[in-house]
Design a protein around this ligand. Structure first.
Ligand code: GRF
Length: 222
């Protein structure tokens, strides 16, 4: 695919940026029909900015603390995205709520990754919440962003078992491993124009249906 046809991505991240890295790596391997044109962070100390700079990706630090309101902050982010002609906004640990004007500026063009099997455990600290609840499985979800918190149409999910001796960190690490697979995959489906949303159901043309099942603890006949 020629450079021109590649989907123009911006990744928005507030933290370490391992999901950003997984997308950078896939692009580097020629496995994504997409270009990361811009990385934006609200946090000047974000590892994601360093990862982008190291790879030669343009960065913008838009510190929310320097704005009087969320609307003003979002306007600055929207303007930066529009100037870069961004076609898909990829939230990867971006710790700001997306306002209505932001959604209107990029309708069905903002996606997010969340470290639980939505609709279970939306919000923050969800690995600990899954442990506290006593869930036996958890996972991650890539979804379109809508006006709720972690409520948008689900594109893809991956499941991991919860081990009896898991800590928040060990569970988060097991989930992250899957995040790094399904986020680039979802982006590639979008780049290929294979995704359409009907009501709130995401249809993926040619998407393989997984036959795998997971019971945890395993049942004796497995
Ligand atoms: C991930 O767990 C993601 O699911 C959540 O924020 C975390 C970001 O991690 N939205 P990283 O910065 O990509 O390592």
């Amino acid at each position: 695919m020629s450079e021109k046809q590649k989907l123009r991505l911006a990744v928005l991240a507030s933290g370490g940026g391992t999901n950003l890295q997984s997308i950078i790596d896939r692009c580097g391997q020629g496995l994504l029909d997409a270009d990361i044109c811009l990385v934006i962070s609200n946090n000047p100390g974000a590892g994601a900015l360093e990862r982008a700079t190291r790879t030669g990706i343009k960065t913008a630090c838009i510190n929310h603390r320097e704005f009087d309101s969320r609307e003003d902050f979002d306007q600055a982010v929207i303007a930066t995205l529009q100037e870069a002609k961004i076609e898909l906004v990829v939230l990867a640990g971006f710790m700001r709520i997306i306002s209505a004007p932001f959604l209107r500026a990029f309708p069905q063009k903002i996606i997010n990754i969340h470290p639980s099997l939505l609709p279970s455990f939306p919000g923050l600290h969800v690995q600990q919440k899954a442990l506290d609840y006593g869930a036996k499985i958890s996972g991650c979800t890539v979804h379109f962003v809508d006006d709720g918190v972690d409520t948008g149409p689900i594109i893809v999910q991956a499941v991991v078992p919860i081990h009896p001796d898991d800590s928040e960190e060990s569970l988060a690490a097991r989930i992250l491993e899957q995040e790094h697979k399904i986020y680039p995959q979802a982006i590639q489906w979008i780049a290929e124009g294979r995704i359409k949303v009907v009501n709130r159901q995401v249809k993926i043309a040619g998407g393989e249906i997984s036959a795998a099942t997971l019971t945890n603890p395993s049942s004796p006949d497995e």
